[in-house]
Every structure is written in C-alpha cells, then in structure tokens.
Design a protein around this ligand. Structure first.
Ligand SMILES: [Fe+2]
Ligand SMILES: [Fe+2]
Length: 459
C-alpha cells in the first residue's frame, strides 16, 4: 500500500454490502479500507484514528443511524467527504441535501455509481490536499476467502500471492468455491486469493447478483408471500407421507416456493411465468415444479447440505427449470427426450426446443438479479445422467456437482410421481430406476430415497 493511499471507512450493518463496497473500491483504486457495522462503532474507530479520507455509510442500521456520523462531522466543523448508500428518501434529513461534501446513492447500486460517487468526493479531497490522493490499479485484486465462499460460483481464475510480483494460478476459468475449498486455503493460513484486475467486471457481475438476490430474498419474507398462490400440496403431502418425511420439511419447501413465486410476481416481464403457477392443473406443470422443490429440499437436508442458501437455490431451480417449454412440449417431453436420445432432434422443431430448454432457462435466470448465482448451473444440468447419456452436454457423473445431482434425482422422482397420476409408489420408482444410479454422486443421493423407503417400511 502506497504511503499516500486513500483511507476509507465503510459502514453498513449488512456484511455482504460491506464486502461488496470494499471489493468495488479495492478493485478500482489503491486504498486502505476499514469497516464498521454501525455508526456508533464507526465513530469509535474514527476517534481513535482520525486519518480517514472518506466515509461510505449506510443510513438505516440497527445500532446507530448513519445521520449521526454526518452530524458528528458537521458539529466538529469537519469537511469529511461522505458517500451515503441508502434505500430511504433524502428529504427526511434536510442537512443531507445542503451538505457540500456528500453524495447520495440509492440501493441497489452498481459498481460504476459507487466509484463515480467516491471519485467525485475524493476529487474534492485531492484538490484540497494538493493531489496527495492517488488512484491507481494493480494487476491483481485481493478477494477475501469469506467473500469467495459467499459467491459460490467463481467465473474467473483465482491466484495465490507469493510476493508482490509473483502470483500463481490456483483454480480454472470456472470453479465452485465451496466449504471444502474454503477450508483448504484457510488451513494453509491463506486469507486472500487474487483475481486479475482485467477480470474484475466479470467477477463483480457474479458477486453483485449474489448480494442482490440475498437482499431480495430477505424482502420477500415468508409471511408476505404466504397465500399469494394456493399451492396444490396434496401430492407433496402424499409423497412426503410415503417417505416418512417430517411435516416441517413440507412446510419449509412450501414457504420457499411461495417466496420465490412472490419475487417473480413483482417482475412485470415475468407475468407469463406467474400465470403458469396460477392455473393449477392436477398433475400439471405447477405440480411437477413444486414436487421437485420438495424432493430436492428433503434430499439436501438428508445429505447434510441443508443450508438456507442451498434450499433457496434448489427451489429457484425447481420452479424455473422447465419454464421455456410450451404446454405442448411440456406434455410430450418424454416423447421428445426419446427423440433426443436417438439423435432425431436436429430436424424436429419441438424436440430441438426440448434439447435446448435447459440452456435457455439457465441463460434467463443468469440475467435476473433476484435469482441467486449458481441456479443456472443446476438448471443447465437437469437432464444430465450418471452414465453420460444425458443432454445437452452429455456430462459424466464426476463432472456434476452435488446440488446438480440432487436436483436431477429430485426432478426425475417428482416426474415419476406425476406420471403415476397421484398414486406414486416409491417402491415402483426404485424398481424402475435402480440400475441407473450406480455412480457417485448419484449413488449417495439415490440412497437417501431408498433409505427413506426402507425406514418407512420398518416403521
Ligand atoms: Fe422438469
Ligand atoms: Fe426439463
């Protein structure tokens, strides 16, 4: 860090926002960042060390409002440049309108907006301090391990720093940064990995999506979403009972489905998709999706990967995975899948659409900020099979991540339930599919279903 580098205090109660702001700033300028989760904490830090050049702060925080910071500097006749990040209306605080060294940005904000705001404030600062503030960029940008774990899917290679001029590539172009990866580096005492600075844009895109989707999810609280759509839960309850799954699991799946649909209903351009769920037809599209969500939720829980993030991701995948199929294509999909298997899809319009539907839906969810990062991977893979005969990529079992495989098995099982017209028997499913799932991670996922049946039979 250069001697004259900027020192910025970032204040927000949300850890994701603090990380996002820190990353945006470090990716664009040489600066030292200190973070605080409340204005009270920020003032404590500032009083001990008054050498900061800029404050970036949220307004509404549980432990001390952002306005207190502004008032503190004004009372002490300080010209401290401040960037306010907030969803609230400015007119509640007239002093924010008239303050000279202050820029207001509404949440959610883009990296460009934040950098422009900071640069306009720093510009003032730099002029006042005869240009001591320097804005420059290194070839590699540090990224905290915790941050990588939050992002899950990283689309840029990650490097480890040997010294200031030597960096070694640790991961490929696209990688999943899961708990194992996190532990591996943490164990070695590594706190930061690095990305190449020219890849920043790509990296930020994924991160931003992740942060925004979490904010959206918090806002679509289960209470607000409940009753929005009357789900047909008879079929879900039937399957749940056959497998001896707890009532809470059914409730959790139901709540998450309501929340996702509530989020979708707020997007005008997705009205058509919402309509598909409003017109519930027995054993139709909605049942197929909601049942997939329930089974995926149960499998994730029983495999020990039942985190709220994974439940959320699987629910999104369940509701969106077949969304580009027309009614006709959906109703006849097993016929079209047979066409695809025989390689006859290239000249049949509908079979071609079915062949492309995973990739199409994956591309769509990638563009929705409210949809968590990683949902696209699961959707893309939902017709892949353990032996590599699936489509569109023909991936082998070992090329598929656990969440994708959970969803593949859940979706297939849900469809079996639908095809049995509400009288699905789990034993029949296992009899029909037992030879298909011999390889891990399919084997371990499939075993959960078999074990559930066995337990139920004993009980
Ligand atoms: Fe499906
Ligand atoms: Fe599908």
């Amino acid at each position: 860090m250069g001697q004259n580098s900027l020192k910025i205090l970032v204040v927000d109660d949300s850890e994701e926002i603090r990380e996002l702001v820190t990353f945006f700033l470090q990716a664009n300028m040489e600066c030292e960042i200190v973070t605080a989760n409340s204005s009270r904490k920020a003032l404590e830090i500032f009083k001990k060390d008054p050498t900061f050049n800029l404050i970036v702060s949220d307004l509404h925080m549980p432990d001390g409002h952002g306005i207190d910071l502004v008032r503190y500097f004004d009372k002490n006749d300080s010209q401290m440049p401040i960037v306010i990040l907030s969803g609230e209306a400015t007119n509640k605080f007239p002093e924010l309108k008239t303050r000279k060294h202050l820029t207001w940005i509404a949440k959610p904000f883009s990296d460009d907006e934040l950098i422009a705001a900071v640069q306009s404030q720093i510009g003032d600062y730099a002029a006042a301090n005869k240009g001591t503030a320097q804005i420059e960029m290194g070839a590699y940008i540090p990224v905290k391990l915790d941050l990588l774990r939050m992002i899950r899917k990283v689309q840029t290679p990650l490097f480890i720093k040997i010294n200031n001029s030597k960096f070694i590539k640790m991961t490929p172009e696209e990688s999943i940064f899961n708990q194992d990866q996190y532990q591996k580096f943490k164990h070695k005492g590594v706190e930061y990995l690095y990305i190449e600075s020219f890849q920043t844009e790509k990296f930020i895109c994924e991160f931003r999506k992740n942060t925004l989707s979490q904010e959206a999810w918090k806002q679509a609280s289960a209470n607000e979403a409940q009753g929005f759509i009357n789900l047909n839960i008879d079929l879900m309850r039937n399957i749940s009972n056959q497998l001896g799954w707890r009532e809470e699991l059914l409730k959790l799946a139901q709540e998450n489905i309501q929340r996702v649909l509530h989020l979708v209903s707020q997007e005008k351009q997705l009205n058509l998709l919402v309509q598909k769920f409003l017109h519930i037809e027995k054993f139709g599209f909605a049942d197929h999706c909601t049942l997939s969500a329930l089974v995926a939720t149960a499998l994730a829980e029983k495999l020990g990967v039942g985190t709220p993030e994974n439940f959320r991701l699987l629910t999104f995948a369940a509701l969106f995975h077949d969304m580009t199929l027309s009614d006709e294509q959906y109703d006849n999909k097993s016929k079209f899948i047979k066409n695809i298997r025989r390689g006859e899809h290239l000249h049949l319009k509908d079979a071609k659409e079915v062949f492309a539907h995973s990739a199409k839906a994956a591309a769509m969810v990638k563009n929705w900020d409210f949809c968590p990062s990683g949902v696209d991977i699961v959707i893309m893979n939902h017709h892949e099979l353990a032996d590599g005969t699936g489509f569109p990529m023909g991936r082998q079992a070992e090329q598929l991540d656990l969440l994708s495989v959970i969803f593949i098995v859940a979706e297939e099982f849900a469809q079996f339930g639908i095809d049995a017209s509400g009288m699905p028997t789990v034993e029949r499913y296992i009899h029909a599919t037992k030879d298909k799932h011999g390889k891990n991670p399919f084997k371990e996922v499939y075993k959960i279903l078999i074990d559930s049946v066995a337990k139920k039979m004993v009980a």
